[in-house]
Ligand binder design. Structure first.
Ligand SMILES: Cc1cc2nc3c(=O)[nH]c(=O)nc-3n(C[C@H](O)[C@H](O)[C@H](O)COP(=O)(O)O)c2cc1C
Length: 295
């Protein structure tokens, strides 16, 4: 059995990456029901009770374990963690900065910590801070990242060589070939984001899913948002931002996220997605994706 399955209590080492408001309880539960490990997001939760509601909704849909993502720099991270403990969620990923400050608190709460890192240095730092596992996330992934990103194929073996805890590969994995490649690089599991957007269970808008399905491998770009970048689909709004004709404005306010990601208003915000969009050709069920991936 993979060390990741032992750690998480799931059948297959396939983690659904947190994806803000579109990793809805239905998606998270479907992943865990299919033998993978679903993750709720807390990035846009305005208070801990929102997280509690999401956990309870998910528990109605599956008895299998699932986890949640915490943003390292969030002022509410510890409050969210307390709710997760109360509700029996035993594993978190920590992204968006060093997990060093949070790990002692999370371990005291009995929560296992998987740190999401973009470099070998960050992986070493997370391991010495006590992380139980590492997600090595390459620059082809959808969502936020720093500058000077490293590709998954280089990052994963470099991190595997640098740490002793299990490593999970993220970025550009969407089918059995990506899964097999990650294992060949020494990873013990995969974290998948973009492929799970184009599923029946994800509440992303139909237009968001369709743009992913219609995209080629060059149809995402890195949008500079100041302190970080976002890999997103090259919608007209994203193109204008990449060309510097539009600033980041308020595109990350929760209202703008709901309006663009869920309601499909392409001018309200940009749509994060990874380069693997070019290999996503149809909307499938979560179970179909996981079974093909591990099969
Ligand atoms: C729409 C979207 C939102 C995301 N939001 C988060 C988040 O809130 N927290 C996080 O740790 N990662 C976030 N990510 C990254 C994913 O969890 C995952 O690591 C990444 O999508 C993997 O690469 P892939 O898209 O190539 O599969 C997001 C990705 C996408 C596409």
């Amino acid at each position: 059995m993979s060390k990741i399955c032992e750690l998480l209590g799931c059948q297959y080492p396939v983690i659904q990456g947190a994806m803000g408001v579109i990793c809805n309880p239905g998606l998270v539960a479907a992943v865990s029901e299919a033998g993978g490990f679903g993750l709720l997001a807390t990035a846009f939760a305005k208070d801990p009770e929102v997280v509690r509601d999401q956990v309870r909704e998910t528990k109605k849909l599956t008895d299998n374990p699932f986890g949640a993502n915490l943003i390292a720099k969030s002022a509410l991270a510890e409050k969210f963690a307390e709710v997760l403990t109360e509700e029996g969620v035993g594993t978190v990923t920590v992204s968006g900065g060093s997990p060093k400050e949070l790990i002692p608190f999370l371990h005291e709460q009995g929560i296992k910590v998987i740190a999401v890192v973009p470099t070998v240095g960050a992986a070493r730092g997370a391991e010495s801070a006590g992380a139980d596992a590492i997600v090595a996330e390459g620059t082809e992934s959808g969502g936020t990242q720093g500058f000077g990103g490293v590709s998954t194929i280089v990052l994963v073996p470099a991190v595997v060589d640098a740490v002793n805890v299990p490593v999970i590969a993220a970025g550009g994995i969407g089918d059995s070939r990506g899964y097999g490649a990650a294992m060949a690089l020494g990873a013990q599991g995969v974290q998948v984001g973009t492929r799970f957007i184009a599923t029946n269970e994800c509440i992303a808008s139909e237009i968001y899913k369709k743009i992913i399905v219609d995209s080629g491998e060059t149809d995402t770009g890195l949008v500079n948002l100041g302190r970080f970048q976002m890999r997103a689909l090259r919608t007209p709004l994203a193109e204008r931002m990449i060309r510097g004709e539009r600033g980041p404005d308020n595109f990350f306010a929760p209202a703008a996220i709901n309006e663009s990601w869920i309601r499909g208003n392409l001018e309200a915000g940009i749509l994060p997605a990874g380069q693997i969009s070019g290999m996503v050709h149809e909307i499938l069920s979560v179970r179909e994706i996981i079974e093909e991936m591990v099969g």
